[in-house]
Structure formats: structure tokens, C-alpha cells
Write a protein that binds this ligand. Structure first.
Ligand code: 7PJ
Length: 261
């Protein structure tokens, strides 16, 4: 899954892809590099990022979805928590919903049920990326993340979203310290016990900078690729990344080892 940010304040793209034309080019490049899914987001979930109105989010995302739908040979995912954006993006041709709030905003469960597309449910401590990193606390991070995700699967079932349409994501960096993130990563196989495909997003995240002596965002490529390969080894079905070409090579190598006699 290649990340396509259409946010002017996105922390790792620095607003480079604000203009729809550039976003469209970038989506094509990622698919040519081997991405099977393009995740299009118009809300920055960076801690401290400015809030975006529903209309603004739609205005960012929908033109890009419209331009890519039916031409780009990839599944288009919309990274949003808002039911209005989910509806507008799917109407424009998106075929997946990726929600960092796991359908907890009012109306999101119902919208996802009615849209009948795959949904990624992500764990985040709290609901607000602006405050989630203030004091992340767990007594057992793996057990609590697993219990949260299971509770969201149950909530989905209650509105008629079948399990087969769901992916689960532990939400690296969303209300978690470095120790929480590393512990969750190490225990990814435990989350496979939930019986649904796992999506992992660690690309360029601060956990990599923290381990690599404060490496800035543009020096996190190798750490990101290492973790993507490791995630694949530990059973992730989808990795959400910025650097598609390097990640695809890494995962193909992991796959080759996995398939060895
Ligand atoms: C994630 C996401 C993630 C899923 C973001 C960033 C922050 N969606 N959206 N999983 N992260 N499913 O890319 O650094 O980890 S936005």
C-alpha cells in the first residue's frame, strides 16, 4: 500500500503533493514501483496538525480519486474517519476505507456498512491525534490493542459489516511510546490470532528516528524498509509505505525465504 498524502501540512511530504496533478503522478509512480493499493488521505494525523473541515477533506481527496479510478491498476483506499468523506470517495471510485479511528466517529460504522467495501480498523489510544501522544499508557499494550480491535470487529458485525471485509492494524505511533511500538511489533504474530489480515504502517515514523539516534524523516528509509520486511515475516498482509520500490524488493526477498524448503 503506497501512501498518497493530499495534505498541505503532511509531515513527511512537506506539502509536495497538494496539487492534484502531482498526487496523480505520484500514484502512478508508486503503482509502477509495485504498489497494489494506493491510500489517499486528506486529513493530517500528525500530532498537532491543524483540523480540516469535512468539505476541505472532500475537496482534497475526491478529485484525485476521480482522476485515478478506472485507469490506475490498483485498489484505491481512502484514509479518513468521516462518513461524508467515505461516501464521497467511494462514489468517486475508491474501493477501500482505511480509518485510523476504527469507525468510532458518529455515523462512520453505518457509512462503512452501506458502502460494502473492505475496511481497515486501526487502534489509536483516544480519538484525537493532536493529544494522543501526551501520556500513552497501557498495562499490557498487546492485550489491550487486541481487545480494542476485537471490540471494533464486534461493533462492525452489529451494523452488518462481515468479518471477511475487515483488516486490522495495531496503529504504530498512535498513542504509543517507543517501548509500546517495539513491543507491539515484536508480538505481531499474537495479533494474527484475531484471524483477520493485518496492515502495518511504520514508514518514516518517529519510532525509527528514536531508535536511529534521532534520524530525521529523510533518513528513515533503511529503517522503514527493514521494518516492512520484518512485518511481512511476522505475518502482516499489507504494509503501508512511502518508499514503494525499496519495500517491494525487501518483501519479495522475505517471500522467497518464506517459501524456501
Ligand atoms: C497509519 C495510517 C497507519 C493505517 C497513518 C503516517 C501517519 N493508516 N495512517 N495505519 N498512519 N491503517 O503515515 O505516518 O499506521 S498517517
Amino acid at each position: 500500500m503506497g501512501i498518497l498524502n493530499v495534505t498541505p501540512d503532511s509531515f513527511s511530504d512537506g506539502g509536495d503533493f497538494v496539487v492534484a496533478e502531482r498526487a496523480i503522478d505520484h500514484a502512478w509512480q508508486m503503482v509502477e514501483a509495485g504498489a497494489a493499493i494506493i491510500d489517499i488521505g486528506g486529513e493530517s494525523t500528525r500530532p498537532g496538525a491543524a483540523a480540516v473541515s469535512v468539505q476541505e477533506e472532500i475537496d482534497r481527496v475526491v478529485p484525485v480519486v476521480e482522476a485515478l479510478a478506472g485507469t490506475l491498476p490498483a485498489l484505491l483506499s481512502v484514509d479518513t474517519s468521516r462518513p461524508e468523506v467515505m461516501r464521497a470517495a467511494v462514489a468517486a471510485g475508491a474501493g477501500m476505507v482505511n480509518d485510523v479511528r476504527a469507525l468510532r466517529l458518529p455515523g462512520a460504522l453505518e457509512a462503512a456498512a452501506e458502502l460494502d467495501v473492505p475496511v481497515c480498523l486501526m487502534h489509536m489510544q483516544g480519538l484525537d491525534p493532536a493529544t494522543m501522544q501526551q501520556a500513552p499508557g497501557y498495562s499490557d499494550v498487546v492485550a489491550e490493542v487486541a481487545a480494542f480491535l476485537e471490540s471494533r470487529v464486534v461493533a462492525c458485525k452489529a451494523v452488518g459489516i462481515p468479518r471477511q471485509r475487515l483488516l486490522l492494524d495495531p496503529g504504530f505511533g498512535f498513542g504509543k511510546t517507543l517501548a509500546h511500538n517495539l513491543g507491539l511489533f515484536r508480538h505481531l504474530p499474537d495479533l494474527r490470532g484475531l484471524g483477520l489480515p493485518l496492515l502495518v504502517g511504520v514508514s518514516r515514523k518517529s519510532m525509527i528516528g528514536q531508535v536511529l539516534d534521532g534520524a530525521p524523516i529523510d533518513e528513515r528509509l533503511h529503517g522503514s524498509v527493514a521494518l516492512a520486511g520484518l512485518a511481512a515475516w511476522l505475518g502482516a498482509s499489507v504494509v503501508r509505505v512511502h518508499d514503494v520500490r525499496a519495500t517491494v524488493d525487501a518483501i519479495r526477498m522475505v517471500q522467497a525465504v518464506k517459501e524456501a524448503a
